[in-house]
Ligand binder design. Structure first.
Ligand code: NDP
Length: 452
């Protein structure tokens, strides 16, 4: 049967666009449907604008610390509307870049909501198209728990477009988004509280990293409240919000921001017209080659809920394009040693196993740690400290994990990830000459284990 397209991609986010462009480059006839914004979550309401806001928040401490270097500044004043307008302009530019990338690679762009009609057919803007393969790359959407008053809360989708910086904000959650946005709002001058339901935020990260970040954020004056779970939100006559916790406490705020995970975006996708199955958590179930239970339909990225990170979606998108249209170049995605950063202030950078995971997996471990005051701060009043940690297999000498909390941790961990992927041992680290004077050189000068 002749199809209209070899590949029809639903969703022009990181994974979908990468897959479409590669497939078109391999000679396939490709279309992409997008109902919202080109570039998906990452470009529009995720990584990119978030990082711009983090830069914005960082200026607060730069101004403060500049005094130690002899600068005298006038009173600093921050204007949220300017930051948001400039951010919007940059995101518009990136939307245009994505459009050009698609069009120049020969991909047909359909703007509208695509719905599956059957395993080989989609409908969009009243038109039907057939395709040999359909790739679902519709991503995720913030999930706010079903509590009374949830309609008064915002998610990251709205946070990027607030008209004003709230005077008081309460961030609920203890994952990437909650920690990053609490740092943004606090840095920009809002009275910020972070509420997390458990004992300590950032579950799944190395214990020392979680504790260190808790201490650093507290030093900065961010109000961290753990074992704090919201029961209800009530709007008050003056427009403020009353937040009642499950333990009965009441908090007053102007904005409640939920960052409690993301669900797969499957709304009105027409999955019921196909044999696609969902896993227990509601994400699309795929095999190791991203094929769903319906052989002609594949899925990648946040909608499969494996690792919700842009670079992972990119790798998955490329793997799909290669497998379908350039099988001789196909390589499965390696999910080991995925480096990641939390753009809190200070940043977390991490790759490989945490100490807890290494011990649980049965490794005999040696732990190396370095804690120090970054050189830049020695001329300032700031008492912030950096943490670096190596988890080493005592039997094989292999470095199993690298963890850092401190300035530029995200930048530093990228290079370490290459070393760990290549199987570097602690001896390789020791024999590597440091770059002096940097913080990163501490990773090659840790000599004595702090724990075994
Ligand atoms: P996460 O899954 O990282 O964290 C969710 C947080 O919300 C956890 O602390 C969780 O607590 C808590 N939570 C979940 N359900 C509830 C509930 N019903 N009530 C109260 N608290 C709850 O999700 P995020 O929304 O922060 O981010 C989504 C994903 O986006 C991340 O997992 C990450 O993959 C990606 N991301 C990556 C970034 C980066 O690379 N820098 C930046 C931002 C997002 P508990 O631990 O107790 O379950």
């Amino acid at each position: 049967m002749a199809y209209d397209f070899d590949l029809y991609v639903i969703g022009a986010g990181s994974g979908g666009v990468r897959s479409a462009r590669f497939a078109a480059g391999f000679g396939a006839k490709v279309a992409v449907a997008e109902s919202r914004y080109l570039g998906g979550t990452c470009v529009n309401v995720g990584c990119v604008p978030k990082k711009l806001l983090v830069y914005g928040a960082h200026f607060a401490e730069d101004f403060e610390q500049s005094a130690g270097f002899g600068w005298t500044l006038g009173e600093a004043d921050f204007d949220w509307a300017t930051l948001i307008a400039n951010k919007d302009r940059e995101i518009n530019r990136l939307n245009g870049t994505y459009r050009n990338l698609l069009v120049n690679s020969g991909v047909t762009l359909h703007e509208g909501h695509a719905k599956l009609i059957d395993p080989h057919q989609v409908e969009i803007n009243g038109q039907r198209y057939t395709a040999k393969h359909i790739l679902i790359a519709t991503g995720g959407w913030p999930q706010i728990p079903d509590i009374p008053g949830r309609e008064h809360a915002i998610s990251s989708n709205e946070a990027f477009f607030l008209k004003e910086l709230p005077k008081r904000i309460l961030v609920a959650g203890g994952g990437y988004i909650a920690v990053e946005f609490a740092g943004i709002f606090h840095g920009l001058g809002a009275d910020t509280k972070l509420l997390y339901r458990g004992e300590l935020f950032l579950r799944g990260f190395d214990g020392a990293v979680r504790k260190h970040l808790q201490e650093e954020l507290t030093k900065r004056g961010l109000d961290l409240q753990f074992n704090a779970d919201i029961e209800r939100i009530d709007k008050q006559a003056d427009g403020s919000l009353k937040v009642t916790l499950k333990d009965g406490r009441e908090l007053a705020t102007d904005c409640v921001f939920y960052a409690t995970g993301r669900r797969p975006m499957l709304d009105n996708l027409g999955l019921e017209n196909t044999g696609v199955k969902l896993d227990k958590r509601g994400f699309i179930e795929v095999d190791e080659q991203y094929q769903s239970a319906e052989p002609s339909i594949l899925a990648i990225g946040d909608v499969i809920g494996r690792v919700q990170l842009t670079p992972v979606a990119l790798a998955e998108g490329m793997a799909v394009a290669r497998r379908l249209f350039k099988p001789e170049q196909y390589r499965p995605v390696d999910y080991n040693m995925i480096p990641t950063a939390v753009f809190s202030l200070p940043n977390i950078g991490t790759v490989g196993l945490t100490e807890e995971q290494a011990r649980e997996a049965g490794h005999k471990v040696q732990i190396f740690e370095s804690r120090f005051r970054p050189m830049k701060l020695t001329l300032t009043e700031c008492q912030e400290r950096t943490l670096m940690k190596l988890v080493v297999d005592a039997d094989t000498d292999k470095v199993l994990g690298c963890h850092m909390v401190g300035p530029d941790a995200g930048e530093i961990v990228q290079g370490l990830a290459i070393a760990l992927k290549a199987g570097a041992t602690k001896r390789d680290f020791d024999e590597t000459i440091g770059v002096h004077p940097t913080a990163a050189e501490e990773f090659v000068t840790m000599r004595t284990p702090v724990a075994g």
